[in-house]
Design a protein around this ligand. Sequence first.
Ligand SMILES: Nc1ncnc2c1ncn2[C@@H]1O[C@H](COP(=O)(O)OP(=O)(O)OP(=O)(O)O)[C@@H](O)[C@H]1O
Ligand code: NI
Length: 329
Amino acid sequence: MAFVSIRDLKVSFDGVQVLHGIGLDIGRGEAVGLVGESGCGKSVTWLAALSLLPAKARISGSVRIDGQELIGAPGPEIEKVRGARIAMIFQDPSSSLNPVQRVGKQIMESLRLHRGLKGAMARTEAIRLMNMVGIPSAETRVDLYPHEFSGGQCQRIMIAMALAGQPDLLIADEPTTALDATIQAQILDLLSTIRRETGMAMVFISHDLGAVSAVCDRAAVMYAGKIVESNEITALFAAPRHPYTVGLLDAIPELDVTRARLQPIKGTVPDPKYLPTGCAFAPRCTHATDFCTTDQPELKRQPDSGLLACFHPAGRYKTETLTRREELV
Ligand SMILES: Nc1ncnc2c1ncn2[C@@H]1O[C@H](COP(=O)(O)OP(=O)(O)OP(=O)(O)O)[C@@H](O)[C@H]1O
Ligand code: NI
């Protein structure tokens, strides 16, 4: 069995289903991207796994790490997993860092909680972690408050806190969305380096397939609470099969192009309350036929080992997007 294995994960809020049976495997040390537009269920997948959803959420299915079932596991067991085995970082560091506590103290608290380190040992380790995530003069800046750091540096400090527990899996939930392009590239670079050095697995959640390609080996594309396609990044970029994946690739910003010239996918994501009967993407899909509006395509293994849920896959080969990926890396 894979190191992390998600099977048929479903989530509803107030009778509205938002996750429709997610299945995903992550190997040890593997970096997997989770991509899709806002509201497709990327965050909910992991918040459900880590028991971080509000009590009203109805969750079924299975999430196992190293064989240990997380769905329905008792609170203290989940708490042990959180931070120590699986750590999560979010888009906005200011919501996770305590503004009135020195950053070093916050990292040391994480070290005490997950590794039992205290005093001088914890302080030395906090400084080492700050150095590792690229904070200059960590020895002196360890005693500063979050507002004395830039947004990009706060995100680095969040990453240091996440690494404090030496997790086997880091969930990075849109960690660069709030940052400008240069800083974003630096953080992506940092995450790749850390993964190589620590050997931890990573799930990188993003709207942007370009950012995902800079960090991940493989990506799963989500739409309306389902995975619609997944494959190795190179295969996904070279030959995207799902028309939605093609749309996401067309929306990747080229480095020297302003956002105004991108081609966003026409239409909007469906409200989970009123999902279409057939394929959820059919109303926006240029390939859709009558059949797609009545029947739901299943996620099936493809000859190239990718997974796809589509009745009318695209066949075009996109060399130009391949070059874009190389530029981004
Ligand atoms: N606490 C909640 N109560 C009710 N509905 C929720 C709650 N959290 C998420 N949802 C709904 O679940 C669906 C999936 O949300 P989720 O946050 O996973 O999307 P996402 O793919 O992470 O989007 P984004 O890119 O905007 O973060 C959305 O329709 C959202 O409105
Ligand atoms: Ni999200």
